[in-house]
Design a protein around this ligand. Structure first.
Ligand SMILES: Cc1cc2nc3c(=O)[nH]c(=O)nc-3n(C[C@H](O)[C@H](O)[C@H](O)COP(=O)(O)OP(=O)(O)OC[C@H]3O[C@@H](n4cnc5c(N)ncnc54)[C@H](O)[C@@H]3O)c2cc1C
Length: 505
């Protein structure tokens, strides 16, 4: 019997082959760096990634009341482009996703954004897929990498690969699928209607309500052993997935691990032209004033408002301030000081190479024998986490993406590339370094109106989890600052006939 799960694993790895057009600086409404007026109240958001742009979106969506402009929104972004960790890279004229690449089919906020903003899903790659798990000396597991233009042949190769996977990992694959599905089902509670879904003041409360909290108190490995996964599956495929998605081993916390494994299902997708367009579109449609190249270095509470100061020397007055970026590795001065648990970010070095791998490095005779995704086991001596083909230009000309925990020195790259025409390196402060039991920063940093979207990222880091956290922050702001009984006009708050419900937040 061939498990449908094992088939679906192949689609997980497809994200490594998705390519994307170039990111541009997109300032929809860059305003002069002047203090906003107090009337209407001003909501300032630090960070223009999916988190910050989603806060702006949901604030507008949930407050379309009789007062057409109940508040103004200002978004501050230290870079010259929006999108944060959703960004693309240009490698000799071709653009590829450099950070967040794949979306899950049940990432419903992203699905809605795509529809709302008129964005297009990227067509799935038609290239055949192959995986090799490299231990530094040999491939401990390798799928067939035969590729043909005949769909029927491709299907047979794909089935044969599924069978190979089943023969190696057996029914543990199904147990893993059940574990992931149950976590995804719990997560779906965050899309329930307002009547049944409270506004959460803490991450702990939000996770407990959805039945996800316990997963953050133990490691993924512990969880998977409990559900009966074989040690081989955990050591190989599970570890390969957590290393690629979070740059960390299977000892990350269980929820981050489950989210990471959920990216191994079928139906993964991305946005044609780059995922950053979600942030750009949301900022535009929520009529927010966007301040690019404006790095906020202090946030001070001055009685009735917050004063945000930027490294350029500009000051902004805001009744509500929202931090939509991880505070680890940032040096924002808060007055009065805030207290949050210390976090470390996991750095992932993404190196893009146009060139040709050396098959000899992998003990192979021809480039065509190298799997399209070379993934690695957890071994500190291995210099890379994964190498994947992003694009095959011709038989001797490819673009590759390499993930590693340390920077890739030229001398190291030259040990496994026979040709290197262009090399681009990006050092991402990529996601939290996960440690069970996790400790969470509060959503409300000062008991007043200073909010922290990325408190939720310490449960799991994805575009969608940022959007889910942002939606909760928008509801928190509307209920706490505006004490509000506003007209709710969201899909999430509409009944099955699409009739708008009036709900107290
Ligand atoms: C290599 C990589 C691969 C990934 N793959 C996936 C994937 O396939 N699927 C997925 O769903 N997720 C993936 N992720 C995770 C995903 O990118 C993040 O979880 C998500 O994009 C976080 O969005 P955010 O808005 O919360 O933060 P960010 O995108 O980091 O946005 C924060 C913004 O704040 C700005 N900023 C920071 N400090 C200041 C300041 N002082 N003043 C002004 N602006 C400031 C930053 O420049 C940034 O633009 C990946 C991440 C990386 C790095």
């Amino acid at each position: 019997m061939v498990s449908p799960l094992s088939l679906s694993f192949f689609t997980f790895f497809l994200f490594l082959f998705l390519s994307h057009p170039q990111a541009q600086a997109q300032s929809q409404s860059q305003s002069d760096p002047q203090s906003p007026t107090n009337d209407p109240p001003t909501i300032c958001i630090i960070g223009s990634g999916i988190g910050g742009s989603s806060v702006a979106h949901f604030l507008r969506l949930y407050s379309s009341s009789s007062n057409s402009n109940p508040f103004s929104i200002h978004i501050f972004e230290r870079n010259g482009v929006v999108g944060g960790r959703m960004a693309t890279v240009n490698v000799s004229g071709h653009t590829f996703e450099a950070g967040a690449s794949i979306l899950h089919p049940k990432n419903y906020h992203a699905v809605n954004y795509t529809e709302l903003l008129g964005l297009k899903n990227k067509d799935p790659s038609s290239d055949s897929f192959s995986l090799g798990i490299w231990d530094g000396q040999k491939f401990v597991f390798k799928t067939l990498s035969f590729s043909s233009n005949i769909p029927f042949v491709d299907k047979i190769v794909s089935l044969a690969n599924s069978l190979l996977m089943f023969l190696r990992y057996g029914f543990s694959l199904l147990k893993m699928q059940t574990f992931v599905e149950s976590t995804v089902n719990n997560f779906l509670k965050y899309y329930e209607r307002f009547e049944s879904r409270p506004v959460f003041e803490t991450v702990d409360e939000m996770l407990k309500w959805a039945g996800l909290y316990n997963l953050t108190t133990r490691t993924l490995q512990e969880e998977l052993i409990d559900v009966g996964l074989s040690p081989l599956l955990i050591k190989e495929l599970v570890t390969v997935i957590t290393r690629i998605n979070y740059g960390q081993s299977a000892s990350i916390s269980g929820l981050a691990g489950a989210v990471s494994l959920a990216g191994s299902g079928g139906g993964l997708w991305a946005i044609e032209g780059g995922n950053w367009q979600m942030a750009a579109g949301l900022i535009n449609s929520s009529d927010a004033a966007l301040h690019l190249h404006e790095e906020i270095d202090s946030v001070s509470y001055l009685g009735e408002y917050y004063e945000l100061n930027s490294t350029k020397g500009n000051s902004y007055k805001c009744e509500v301030a929202v931090v939509a970026t991880p505070l680890a590795e940032l040096n924002i001065q808060f007055t009065p000081p805030i207290s949050i648990p210390k976090r470390k970010l996991q750095h992932t070095h993404a190196t893009f190479v146009r060139g040709l791998l050396n098959p000899g490095y992998f003990g192979l005779d021809a480039v065509s024998e190298i799997p399209k995704l070379v993934a690695t086991l957890e071994d500190p001596d291995l210099p890379f986490t994964s190498i994947s083909v992003l694009k095959k230009h011709d038989e001797k000309d490819f673009t590759y993406k390499i993930f590693s925990r340390e920077p890739m020195a030229d001398i190291l790259l030259d040990s496994f590339f026979s040709v290197r025409q262009e090399t681009i390196r990006i050092d991402w402060g990529a996601y939290p370094h996960y440690n069970a039991p996790e400790e969470f920063a509060p959503f409300i940093l000062d008991d007043r109106n200073l909010y922290y979207v990325n408190a939720f990222e310490n449960a799991a880091s994805t575009m969608e989890t940022s959007a889910v956290a942002a939606e909760n922050i928008a509801r928190l702001i509307l209920s706490r600052f505006f004490s509000q009984v506003l007209l709710i006009s969201s899909n999430l708050g509409s009944n099955s006939d699409g009739e708008i419900l009036h709900v107290d937040l």
